[in-house]
Design a protein around this ligand. Structure first.
Ligand code: ATP
Ligand code: MG
Length: 586
C-alpha cells in the first residue's frame, strides 16, 4: 500500500506527459523489486521527488486591476528613495501584466481554433486518442505565445546593503507569489545547479528543482542572489552554462535537471538576480539580463532610511515599543558618520541594533526594579560612546596639512560600490630620472602617471618650472609616486588629472588645499577626459569633508542626476583641459 499511496501522489501531482511516461516505467520496476534491495530506495526516492515537483500548480496570480497600485504601495512602504529603480520595477510589472492578458487571449484563440478544427465525424472513430498534428494556424499561435512569454530577467546590481534582496522580496509580496532565494555565491559545481545523475550514490536534484519543491508552485519568484560570485568553468563543469539554460527564455521551458532527467518548464518562474558588480558576470549570462543599477546612499538618505525603516524594525526586533526609545537626529548622524562607512545601510542597521539592545537591557532592568521613573528613553551621545565604543572613523581631511606634491583624488571601488578620497603623494629626491610607483597600482594607473609626467616635462617652461625650453626637469632627480592605503589594489586612468596637478605642485613648491579633490583622465595633449563612478566618488568626497571638486567637462551630465545634498554640499567645477584645471587650483 506504500506503493498505492505513491501512485496516488503521482497522480495528484499532474505530471507532464514526459514525466508521466518515466513515472509509469519506474513504478513498474518498483513493483518487481524487493524492498530490501538498495535499488528499491533509490527508485522510490526518485518517484517521490517527481511527485513533489510542482508541475502545474500555481499561485493564483494577483495580476488583477489593482496590481500596479498595490505594487507601488508595497515598494514605497518598504523602501525610502530609489525612485528610478521603483519606476523601472513598476514598468516591468506593468509589462508582465499586459503579457498575461495577451497570453489569455491567445489561449482563447487556440482553444477556439482547436474546437473548430476537430472534425465531428471522428467521434465514433477508433483513434480519437491519437495526437493530432497541430495545424499551421495553431503553430503560429503557439509561436506567438512563446514570444509573449519571453520576459526579460532583471538584474539588480549595486553595493552591499542597498536594498536589492529586499526589493525583490517586495516584488514577490506585491504579486502575491511565493518567494525563494537561491544563493549562487560560491557555487563551483554544475551539479549543484542541475543535480547529480541518478547513478551517483546519494544523488539529489539541484538548487532549481529543490527550490521548486520547497515553494510547491510553478510560478514563484526566484531570487538568484550573488550571480556575480558564481564559479567559472572548471573540472566540475560550468555552473554559468547551467545558469544560462535556466535563464534563457528559448530554453528554460525545457530545463533538464540531471537527477530528474525529464524536462521541467521554468517559464512561469519570475527570476530576479542580484550582484555587487558586473565585472565578474560571464558576458553570455549578462547578455540575458536586464540590469538595474543601484548606487550608494548619501548621509541624508541614510538618515531617512534609518528613521523610517531601520529604527522601527530594530525596535520591534528587540522587543521594545516606540515610546521606550528615541534616537535624536544628532545622535543618529553621529552613528552614520563616525561608526559606519559603507555605501549601503547594513552596518548602520547593525549599530542601531546594538543601541536598541543596550536600551532594552536598561529598560528591562528598570522595570524589574520598579524604577521606570528613572529610565530615560532618549539615547544620548554618551550612550553611543558606551555601547558602540570609540569612533571608528574620523574625517581624514581635517587632519591633513597642505604640502607640495600631495593631491586629493577620488576613487570608486568596483567591489562594494564605495567611493572615497585617495591621497596621491609624490616626493622627489636626487637621482637620474627614475620614477618609482608604490601602493599596489595597476598597469593602467601606472601608465597614467607616465602620461602626466610627460605632459609636465613637455610644458615645464610654460609652467614656470624650468628656466628654459630645453632643460629636462627630471635630469638630476628621481620621483616616487605613492597612493595610500598601500594594500588596496587600485587601477584605472581616472587619477591622471590628480597626478598632473601633484607633479606641478611638487616641482613648483606650491601646495594644493586638501579639501580640493579632483578626478579625470588626461590625454598626452592635455585634454581632460570623462571618467566613471561620479556618483560614488562625489558621495565619498562629501562624506570625507571635501569642499571643492574638479570634474571633466564630459561628466557634466552625470552631475545632473546627483542627489540634491551632494550638489549643494560641494562646489563642483568642470574643466576641459589641464590648463583650465591649473587656473582653478592656483
Ligand atoms: P547584498 O548585496 O549584501 O546582498 P542587498 O542590496 O541585498 O545587499 P538588503 O539585504 O536588501 O541589501 O538590504 C539590507 C537592509 O537594508 C535590509 O534590511 C533592507 O530592508 C534595508 N534597506 C536597504 N535600502 C533601503 C531603503 N532604501 N529603504 C529602506 N530600507 C532599506
Ligand atoms: Mg542581498
Amino acid at each position: 500500500n506504500e506503493l498505492e499511496e505513491l501512485k496516488k501522489r503521482l497522480q495528484d501531482a499532474k505530471l507532464s506527459p514526459d514525466a508521466e511516461k518515466v513515472a509509469q516505467r519506474e513504478l513498474q520496476r518498483l513493483q518487481k523489486m524487493n524492498p530490501a534491495q538498495a535499488e528499491y530506495q533509490v527508485c522510490r526516492n526518485y518517484l517521490e521527488n517527481l511527485a513533489e515537483i510542482p508541475w502545474t500548480k500555481m499561485t493564483a496570480d494577483q495580476l488583477d486591476g489593482k496590481t500596479l497600485v498595490r505594487a507601488k504601495k508595497q515598494l514605497d512602504d518598504d523602501h525610502y528613495g530609489l525612485e528610478k529603480i521603483k519606476k523601472r520595477l513598476l514598468e516591468y510589472l506593468a509589462v508582465l501584466k499586459l503579457k498575461e492578458h495577451a497570453n489569455r487571449d491567445i489561449d482563447v484563440e487556440i482553444k477556439a481554433l482547436t474546437e473548430s478544427e476537430t472534425p465531428t465525424e471522428l467521434q465514433d472513430g477508433e483513434d480519437t486518442e491519437a495526437p493530432k498534428e497541430p495545424s499551421h494556424a495553431q503553430l503560429r499561435l503557439l509561436e506567438k505565445k512563446r514570444m509573449v512569454d519571453k520576459s526579460p530577467i532583471l538584474l539588480l546590481v549595486g553595493p552591499p546593503g542597498t536594498g536589492k534582496t529586499s526589493l525583490a522580496k517586495s516584488v514577490a509580496t506585491a504579486l502575491g507569489r511565493k518567494f525563494h532565494r537561491i544563493s549562487l555565491g560560491g557555487v563551483r559545481d554544475e551539479a549543484e545547479i542541475r543535480g547529480h545523475r541518478r547513478t551517483y550514490v546519494a544523488a539529489m536534484p539541484g538548487l532549481i528543482v529543490n527550490g521548486l519543491k520547497k515553494v510547491g508552485v510553478a510560478n514563484p519568484v526566484f531570487l538568484l542572489d550573488e550571480i556575480d560570485k558564481l564559479g567559472v568553468s572548471n573540472y566540475n563543469g560550468d555552473p554559468s552554462a547551467a545558469m544560462l539554460e535556466v535563464l534563457d527564455p528559448e530554453q528554460n521551458h525545457t530545463f533538464t535537471d540531471h537527477y530528474v532527467n525529464v524536462p521541467i518548464d521554468l517559464s512561469k518562474v519570475l527570476f530576479i538576480a542580484t550582484a555587487n558588480s558586473l565585472d565578474t558576470i560571464p558576458p553570455p549570462l549578462l547578455d540575458r539580463l536586464e540590469t538595474i543599477q543601484l548606487s550608494g546612499y548619501t548621509t541624508l538618505e541614510k538618515r531617512h532610511i534609518a528613521s523610517r525603516h531601520l529604527i522601527p524594525k530594530q525596535i520591534t526586533t528587540n522587543g521594545l515599543h516606540s515610546e521606550n526609545i528615541t534616537i535624536p537626529t544628532d545622535v543618529l548622524d553621529k552613528i552614520i558618520t563616525s561608526y559606519t562607512r559603507e555605501a549601503g545601510v547594513r552596518n548602520l542597521e547593525r549599530e542601531i541594533g546594538s543601541v536598541c539592545r543596550s536600551k532594552a537591557v536598561e529598560y528591562a532592568t528598570a522595570k524589574d526594579m520598579e524604577a521606570l521613573d528613572n529610565y530615560n528613553p532618549i539615547v544620548t551621545m554618551d550612550d553611543i560612546d558606551a555601547t558602540l565604543g570609540i569612533e571608528k572613523f574620523t574625517e581624514e581631511l581635517t587632519e591633513q596639512h597642505a604640502r607640495p606634491g600631495v593631491v586629493t583624488g577620488l576613487v570608486a571601488y568596483s567591489t562594494g560600490g564605495q567611493g572615497s578620497i585617495l591621497f596621491i603623494e609624490i616626493a622627489d629626491m636626487p637621482g637620474t630620472g627614475r620614477v618609482q610607483l608604490t601602493g599596489k597600482l595597476g598597469d593602467v594607473l601606472k601608465e597614467s602617471v607616465e602620461v602626466a609626467l610627460s605632459w609636465v616635462k613637455a610644458h615645464a617652461f610654460e609652467l614656470g618650472l624650468s628656466a628654459s625650453e630645453d632643460v629636462d626637469i627630471m635630469k638630476n632627480r628621481a620621483i616616487h609616486v605613492h597612493c595610500p592605503s598601500g594594500a588596496i589594489p587600485k587601477d584605472g586612468p581616472s587619477a591622471g588629472l590628480a597626478h598632473t596637478i601633484a607633479l606641478t605642485s611638487l616641482f613648483s613648491g606650491k601646495p594644493v588645499p586638501p579639501t580640493l579633490a579632483m578626478t579625470g583622465e588626461i590625454s598626452l595633449r592635455g585634454r581632460v577626459l570623462p571618467v566613471g563612478g561620479i556618483k560614488e566618488k562625489l558621495i565619498g568626497a562629501l562624506r570625507a569633508g571635501v569642499e571643492r571638486v574638479l570634474l571633466p567637462e564630459g561628466n557634466r551630465k552625470d552631475v545632473r542626476d546627483l542627489p540634491e545634498e551632494v550638489r549643494q554640499g560641494l562646489r563642483i567645477e568642470f574643466v576641459g583641459n589641464i590648463w583650465e584645471a591649473l587656473g582653478l587650483v592656483w
